[in-house]
Ligand binder design. Structure first.
Ligand SMILES: C[S@@+](CC[C@H](N)C(=O)[O-])C[C@H]1O[C@@H](n2cnc3c(N)ncnc32)[C@H](O)[C@@H]1O
Length: 233
């Protein structure tokens, strides 16, 4: 990983905002990811994220914290938060913005236990592909205290396969339709291709049940997105 994402966060944080991140996938054209969005405060967060933050209780692990926006909000509410990210730039920015406990680590390397685990802004993306969902869910389950919860958001992206007549062109022989190849560039520099997973709620529900997690639909967003709460069965 070249940490292009982290470079963009560092630029914005240091007041050098000129360009946005450009993303594309194997099924979609280029799109802009505005850097200010990655520094959003509570009032600029989508309703699903606001709802997740309202449901947080106890000790918190913010997985894939990015610039630390969710962690900062929770810290202000006097909650004890640990934030982790695999992006060095993100960790530096989160630290400099005031997140007290930040670590450069993958969630798979985490071993402490928590009352709430947050995975926000398509939290299932971190699982990368359907074949890894049960490994990640099992690990996350092991990081939960009794009565703990995992708050995770994602989207059903079947709509991205819709043609102009409203028909779907999903190839049923191909991999799960939410498994995408994700490309990111910033100021002309291209990140290595990544895998990024969107999970529809039913698929997440089935995967949770298979590893002994309850899965409740908390809220649906405006555009096929949803927030789910996972807890020990
Ligand atoms: C879409 S960004 C979301 C950032 C932040 N949560 C937000 O809402 O603004 C996903 C983040 O997850 C991080 N990430 C990806 N895989 C990870 C892993 N295995 N463990 C921890 N963080 C990871 C990325 O570096 C990136 O910062």
């Amino acid at each position: 990983m070249k940490d292009i994402f982290g470079k963009a966060l560092l630029d914005y944080h240091k007041g050098n905002y000129s360009d946005d991140i450009i993303t594309s996938t194997n099924i979609s054209d280029e799109d802009e990811l505005p850097l200010p969005y990655l520094f959003r405060n509570y009032s600029n967060m989508p309703k699903l994220e606001q709802k997740a933050l309202q449901l947080v209780k106890g000790t918190v692990l913010d997985v894939g914290c990015g610039s630390g926006s969710h962690s900062l909000y929770l810290q202000e509410k006097e909650l004890q938060v640990k934030a982790i990210d695999i992006s060095k730039g993100a960790v530096t920015v989160a630290k400099e913005r005031g997140v007290k406990n930040v670590a450069l680590a993958s969630v798979l390397d985490e071993s402490e236990t928590f009352d709430t685990i947050l995975l926000l802004m398509n939290g299932t993306g971190i699982f990368q592909e359907i074949a890894q969902v049960s490994k990640y869910l099992t690990h996350l389950k092991n990081l939960l205290n009794a009565n703990g919860q995992i708050l995770i958001d994602s989207s059903d992206i079947a709509y991205m396969y819709e043609d102009d007549d409203g028909g779907l062109w999903i190839d049923t022989n191909a991999n799960y339709y939410g498994e995408l190849d994700y490309f990111l560039s910033y100021k002309g520099e291209q990140e290595l291709p990544m895998k990024w997973l969107y999970l529809d709620f039913n698929t997440l529900y089935t995967a949770c049940k298979a590893v002994g997690l309850e899965c409740d639909l908390i809220m649906e967003g405006d555009h096929f997105d949803y927030l789910a709460k996972l807890s020990l069965a």
